[in-house]
Design a protein around this ligand. Structure first.
Ligand SMILES: *Cc1c(COP(=O)(O)O)cnc(C)c1O
Length: 375
């Protein structure tokens, strides 16, 4: 007899290594000012939108056919965008850089293998590791969330991971990662080293990108996304640059035709407007820099950020502050780091409103000073 009892995940014969795991869970609430998941809060420019619509309209005409399994035109566009002497052979793309990370771990991780990361870091790194049966090893950072070459090498020599994940600049801290650490990590392991550069476009100079390290380093992989700088989070386009042999590894695990014809068409159309799309990045960096200046004035020390968000401390009750901002139609992110919250740089108006509301909440929370009456 089939049971009528409601069941839960724990009642199913799920993989033992997934028991007790929690899914990625950034709240998706309908709040007027959304500064919680580091999206680009600027809509894409009208003329770019019109071009993307035209490209999608054309793609519909041939949607009875499978899309280009090799997404050659998109890889061509992405390699031109990245520069650094890269060609289409060096590029692989997928539905968001999260899918890139998943395919990468399917090919190079998996049961019996391990991946080392430096916490706190992007929560999806360990979640994707779990999903692919790859053992996640968390190592500690130095002061101010930095990773010196010595710290990276010591962790690699101690843990002997099959894979090293680095995040540059790091999410959720915004912290830069210098190239000498990446080089030291690469030399300390025989395994793959992946640098997640989701926020690279917000960093000060092109000098900071690990793309410059790719020649002669076939075990190095740099991942990027169109979700942040390109304001394309809803389209789901992420990619990597690496030796062509790495893209061959990805072909072994990807599902055939994983990038839809619409995704390919939209991304190519957006990349044709790179300059216009990236014009917003300067505005966002200016708002981030405003946050870096204004938050300390309100008593919240900040961590250096090369990304489109700021992690700030000095919050006595992060959960209460998160809720108070939410009551004011602003959502930011509580990552469970003691006394810290993270806020995404928004448009100028959004950032202004966030700072104003935070100032009000901070003033209201201060214990009122009892001034003795003067005679
Ligand atoms: C936002 C983010 C991504 C992007 O994921 P997509 O799947 O491309 O949207 C990747 N890595 C980090 C560190 C991020 O913060």
């Amino acid at each position: 007899m089939p049971s009528q009892e409601p069941i839960t995940l724990a009642d199913l014969p799920i993989r033992n290594d997934l028991r007790g795991q929690t899914p990625y869970g950034a709240p998706q609430e309908h709040v007027r000012i959304q500064l919680n998941v580091n999206e680009n809060t600027h809509p894409i420019p009208e003329d770019v939108a019109v071009d993307i619509q035209a490209a999608l309209a054309l793609a519909i005409r041939t949607v009875n056919r499978y899309p280009d399994r090799e997404f050659s035109a998109l890889r061509e566009s992405l390699s031109r965008y990245l520069g650094h002497g890269l060609t289409a052979e060096n590029i692989w793309a997928a539905n968001g850089s999260n899918e890139i990370l998943q395919q990468f771990l399917q090919a190079f991780g998996g049961p019996g293998r391990s991946v080392l990361g430096f916490r706190p870091t992007y929560s999806m790194h360990s979640i994707i590791a779990a999903g692919t049966g790859t053992r996640w090893i968390g190592a500690d950072r130095d002061e101010e969330f930095r990773i010196s070459p010595q710290t990276a090498v010591a962790a690699i020599e101690r843990e002997k991971p099959d894979i090293v994940f680095l995040c540059s600049p790091n999410n959720p801290t915004g912290t830069p990662l210098h190239l000498d650490t990446i080089v030291a990590a690469y030399e300390a392991t025989d395994g793959m080293v992946l640098v997640d550069e989701a926020y690279a476009e917000f960093a000060p100079a092109n000098l900071s990108t690990a793309l410059t390290l790719l020649p002669g380093r076939p075990r190095l992989v740099v991942t990027r996304t169109m979700s942040k700088a390109f304001a394309f989070a809803g389209a789901r386009v992420g990619y990597l640059a690496a030796d062509p042999a790495v893209t061959d590894a990805m072909r072994l695990v990807r599902l055939p035709y994983h990038l839809s014809a619409f995704t390919q068409a939209a991304a190519i159309a957006a990349l044709a407007h790179t300059a216009e799309m990236l014009a917003m990045v300067d505005d966002i960096k200016a708002q981030r820099d405003r946050l870096l200046v204004e938050l300390p004035k309100l008593g919240y020390p900040v961590h250096e950020s090369w990304a489109n968000f700021v992690l700030f401390g000095g919050v006595s009750d992060p959960h209460a502050m998160f809720e108070a901002l939410l009551a004011n139609d602003i959502i930011i992110r509580d990552l469970g780091i003691a006394n810290h919250l993270r806020v995404t740089a928004g448009t100028e108006a959004e950032t202004t409103e966030f700072i104003d509301v935070l100032q009000r909440l901070t003033a209201a929370a201060k214990p009122s000073v009892v001034v003795p009456p003067s005679r």
